[in-house]
Write a protein that binds this ligand. Structure first.
Ligand SMILES: [Zn+2]
Length: 468
């Protein structure tokens, strides 16, 4: 096999005995979520690897076979758990990548085949071990990533009762971009933007409260997303996505609910494939593929609460479609049924909204337009509010008002104010620092820190900041 001249230049450190070998390590990417840190090694070929844990300092060594060149830097992303990543030789003279950790962590390592825009990858998931003994940290309070909810106006008079909790799940995130549009728009960015707007609208509505499954640009397994909703005792889980198919003409929004049977429609199959495809990229909904799981699910759904969840999910889905119909084209006018991981919480009514086809040129343009995103968020908000006005949980403020024959108060900020609030949100881009943003927005760094509950001046790419 011939050696590429370019490889010769790159293989500085680890060259000599591996001239005949095939794999090159092209870089490392890191994402941190509140309870999981993911590293991805980008490779030129399918990796063959062994790993071992070493202590003093705490580190994970991943030995790679047949490495011809290794270029780790610059590492994109950072995580509190990872102190540094470097290349080394093992005692047996093999090439290894060492991940030095700030504390002991359990690892799970797996490889992923090429899936555009990525090539071969080795994924290393790390979970801090101390974390396991604690109860899970409430997601909305972790780090500084969460934008603070808009201040809430206390509802006047004697309507008592709890807030109805809506969990919003921005699809994909981190190394899982979701679907990618013809002009390169990442689904994860669209879903996050719409989710943030929806959160603000919900939090401005007395009697409703929003919680987010993901509060920044990181990956959460679809099956874990309902856990967040459960922790927060959510009354409803809304997962926000954008569709993609090969046929660029396909367009329009659709709403999905859990199906007891496998999704049998053509679109259902396409969605399942899309999601499977995403799973290869590192994320999203796992579909039920074998009959053993199917039976397991069938048993689960016998649960009465599941029944209630499914009915609620279906009714909310219909309401959402009614509202979306006013602001967007509908791909399907009725709720569609599928067996997707994010919809499978037996106790929480769940819907998945495909806000449009990011694979369609026109809809890709719309989906990244903040005005259109706001229309979609507003339609979803209207549907949720309307549904719970009709069917409020018994102990909620909405129920108390209904009993008193009173209308639910309107949002505590006007639409104009909502827009103004939303415009004062900044998503951190590469090369930005807190001091730069302070200058840009004409505020002090102290104000930014305080307003966003930052512990220090460190900000991360993808982090969302509120600007005072
Ligand atoms: Zn998706």
């Amino acid at each position: 096999m011939r050696l590429w001249p370019a490889a010769l230049v790159v293989c500085c450190v680890l060259l000599s005995p591996w001239l005949q070998a095939a794999t090159t390590v092209k870089g490392v990417r890191i994402w941190a979520s509140p309870d999981n840190t993911r590293l991805v090694l980008d490779l030129s070929a399918a990796p063959s690897h062994k790993s071992r844990r070493l202590t003093n300092p705490e580190r994970l060594e991943i030995e790679l076979a047949d490495v011809s060149s290794l270029n780790l830097g610059p590492v994109s992303g950072s995580a509190a758990l990872v102190k540094r990543v470097y290349a080394t030789r093992t005692p047996s003279a093999a090439t290894a990548v060492v991940i030095e950790l700030s504390q002991s962590a359990a690892e799970s390592i797996f490889s992923l085949p090429p899936s555009p825009p990525y090539g071969h990858r080795l994924v290393i998931d790390l979970k801090p071990q101390a974390y396991r003994s604690q109860s899970p940290a409430p997601v909305t309070e972790v780090k500084s990533v969460t934008p603070l909810p808009a201040p809430k106006i206390v509802t006047p008079s004697h309507a008592t009762g709890r807030d109805i909790v809506i969990a919003i799940d921005a699809g994909h995130g981190g190394n899982d971009p979701g679907a990618v549009g013809p002009n390169g728009t990442h689904e994860k960015r669209v879903t996050f933007a719409i989710s943030q707007m929806l959160m603000q609208m919900i939090n401005q509505q007395p009697g409703l409260k929003a919680v987010l499954t993901r509060t920044g640009d990181y990956y959460i397994h679809p099956g874990k997303r309902p856990d967040v909703a459960r922790q927060k005792q959510a009354d409803l889980l809304i997962s926000v996505h954008a569709d993609a198919v090969k046929n660029r003409k396909a367009h329009g929004a659709s709403v999905w609910v859990l199906s007891m049977r496998r999704a049998t429609t053509e679109v259902g199959r396409m969605l399942e494939q899309t999601e499977q495809h995403s799973e290869l990229l590192g994320g999203v909904a796992e579909v039920i593929k074998d009959s053993a799981n199917e039976r397991y699910l069938a048993q689960t759904v016998l649960d009465l609460s599941m029944n209630h969840s499914m009915v609620t999910g279906f009714e909310v889905a219909k309401e959402v479609l009614r509202e979306l119909d006013k602001v967007a084209h509908l791909h399907k006018k009725e709720p569609q049924a599928a067996s997707l991981a994010v919809l499978k919480a037996p106790d929480i009514p769940s819907i998945l909204i495909e806000t449009g086809f990011i694979s369609n040129y026109n809809e890709e343009r719309l989906l990244k337009d903040s005005g259109h995103q706001r229309k979609l968020a507003s339609a979803i908000f209207g549907a949720v509010k309307s549904y719970f006005e009709q069917q409020p949980p018994a102990d909620s403020m909405f129920a108390a008002l209904k009993q008193q024959g009173r209308a639910v108060p309107t949002q505590s900020a006007s639409v104009g104010q909502t827009a103004a609030t939303a415009d004062r949100i900044h998503r951190v881009k590469a090369g930005e620092s807190l001091s730069k943003l302070a200058r840009q927005y004409g505020v002090s760094m102290a104000q930014l820190r305080q307003y966003n509950k930052l512990r220090d001046d460190n900000i991360q790419i993808g982090q969302v900041l509120r600007i005072p």
